[in-house]
Design a binder for this molecule. Sequence first.
Ligand SMILES: Nc1nc2c(ncn2[C@@H]2O[C@H](COP(=O)(O)OP(=O)(O)OP(=O)(O)O)[C@@H](O)[C@H]2O)c(=O)[nH]1
Ligand SMILES: [Mg+2]
Length: 475
Amino acid sequence: MVAVRNSTGLTDDLEALALALEGLDLRTAEVRGTNTPAMRDQLVRNIRSYLIPKMSDPDVPLCVVFAGPTGSGKSTLINTISGFELSETGPIRPTTTAPITLVAETHEKRFSSIGPFECETVLGRAPILEDMALVDTPDIDSTSTHHREIAETLIDYADVVVFVTSTLRYADNVPWEVLRRATSRGATVLNVLNRYGSKSSGAYVDLQARLADAGIESDVLRVPEHHLGPGAQAVPSLAARELRRRLVEIGQDRRAYAQEVLDRVLGSTLEQARSLTAMVSEDDAWVLARDASVRQRFDGRAEKLDLTSAADRIELGFPETGSAWRRRRWERRAHPTLGHATSVVVAVDSDLRRLGYTSGASSSAVRQALRSWAEYAARVADEAGTLRRELGQVALMKASLDPEAVAPVEHLYGDRAPTLITRTRKELTKRLQLIYDAAAERLVETQRDGLVDPDPTVLTERVAAVVARSHFADA
Ligand SMILES: Nc1nc2c(ncn2[C@@H]2O[C@H](COP(=O)(O)OP(=O)(O)OP(=O)(O)O)[C@@H](O)[C@H]2O)c(=O)[nH]1
Ligand SMILES: [Mg+2]
């Protein structure tokens, strides 16, 4: 655990970390369904709402937040502890709908709002209020999700969370989620099993076991059930004696205690920031791997294209059999025709569609590639030096498209035919592959849909700066 002392440098570094967190592009999380945005929001809240204000104002009283399921008796208990009728209690669920803070007059301004929420403040003069403000929250589990949001946000501001539950509600899911959030943040959590009666020992043992299983180190304070007359807003103060004693004890050493909680919250914030960094790195790797798999699918595809049907459209009129005389006559008189372009367009187009590129090949791009390839074949024919350049060019093109059509090239170039055909075919592959590559890039772009690499570098640097500074502050 890090140990923190008040330090302007540290609050600046924390502010920079919060900015880095806010600047993270986490849209990948939506695609992958990870919870990085929620983690980020909580981290920012811990930093902005808790760590920085606490470091900047070490005299602020402890913030004790009472949270728990609806009807568990939070308001009744807060009234009991304080001796005030702070908060209305009642049989209609939920009763408390907005945060209410009981605070000493001297500290009123500090608690008129907590985070984004305006608080109704009630001024009190009990000794306990010199050291702490008691905050009553709406429930965490009624039909109003807004209530849960308020309660969770207030928990993020708490130094102490008094988690009030009852023998009937202690095992519910939502309260456990909230409880985990409160403990993982580093605040002290006091668990209260309220309205404890003669038949409640099973629930008590079970709750303790569940807390141990969840790795939550916190004993359970039992507040016995009392008879309440009509309109009563509190149980007899004796009932909440143990809870009161704990709070007074915490309050007595307020500054040291506040420092301890601050250390824990900073430690857990840094730990969570590191987990978030790791998750962002995973997101980053995932995005890049997804891009790479598209590129891989398109890679080397042009080489595998079967273009024999395009070769059929090139008319050479080469005599399949016949005498040397017939062939020489062909060499002099043949008028080869090039009708292959459309077939190549169709072949590339349907192959691209097979690969998932739904807009297919652009005919003009394929035709342009074929024109430049034809020029290349003409240059090869020139270099090879036939009598009729056009005949050499077209024969090379046809043989490049169809490995069966090598005879005319062999007739024209003899032993050099295989090398010349390979060279020509390679040039066609190269040009068509460029069309595949461009399609792959467009598909990557569409798939990304504006998604950028979620780069964790800045976050890593900012976390390291806070770690370095907090160790420094400890020295
Ligand atoms: N008989 C009896 N009733 C109690 C006791 N504690 C609370 N109650 C009643 O239980 C009901 C709920 O108590 P509240 O204090 O309003 O509960 P809450 O947790 O604040 O509820 P929300 O504001 O809805 O979240 C009220 O009618 C209380 O009078 C107790 O020890 N004995
Ligand atoms: Mg209430």
